[in-house]
Design a protein around this ligand. Structure first.
Ligand SMILES: [Zn+2]
Length: 161
């Protein structure tokens, strides 16, 4: 085991829990071993030193209990509190999701309003285009009629003796 010193102090520093006991223990990886709190039903709330990569990839399985075995009654209480805490954090999570959904709905409504404005604009542009085409058509008719009448008039003129 790679224990440099087993002395534990009660100074506050980086770590897992507010009442953390900082150790100078190192796990087999050569990293400082953090003080962790068991969350299993059998040992709920019991503190232990674990590998710095505890429960993760490359964990060296270093493990050492800090607390004596907790009385069953206290352990059951801790389990119940942990479960309640879990339920609370889940309900707050779902509330966050509700907020997210309502913000999406608000965005969708804004987008719909924008789409309506764009449709109106498109209809206006189409109307303008139609008027332009009608005007162009009438102009062309006028020019063609003019040409036809001119030709007929000149034919009359030419047919005269
Ligand atoms: Zn390790």
């Amino acid at each position: 085991m790679v224990i440099r010193r087993t002395r534990a102090t009660t100074s506050k520093s980086s770590g897992v829990t507010p009442n953390e006991v900082e150790s100078e223990l190192t796990c087999y990886c050569g990293l400082r071993s953090p003080l962790l709190i068991a969350k299993t039903k059998k040992n709920a709330g019991r503190r232990f030193y674990g590998c710095a990569k505890f429960d993760g990839p490359g964990c060296c399985n270093f493990f050492m209990w800090v607390d004596q075995k907790i009385p069953d009654q206290a352990r059951d209480m801790i389990v119940e509190l942990l479960e309640r805490n879990q339920a609370l954090s889940e309900s707050s999570q779902s509330r966050c999701n509700d907020d997210y959904v309502s913000s999406l709905i608000a965005k969708m409504k804004a987008q719909k309003a924008k789409n309506g404005l764009l449709k109106e604009e498109l209809a206006r542009v189409k109307k303008g285009k139609m008027l332009y085409q009608l005007g162009f058509f009438l102009c062309m008719c006028y020019i063609i009629m003019g040409i036809i009448f001119n030709v007929k008039a000149s034919e009359k003129f030419l047919s005269l003796p």
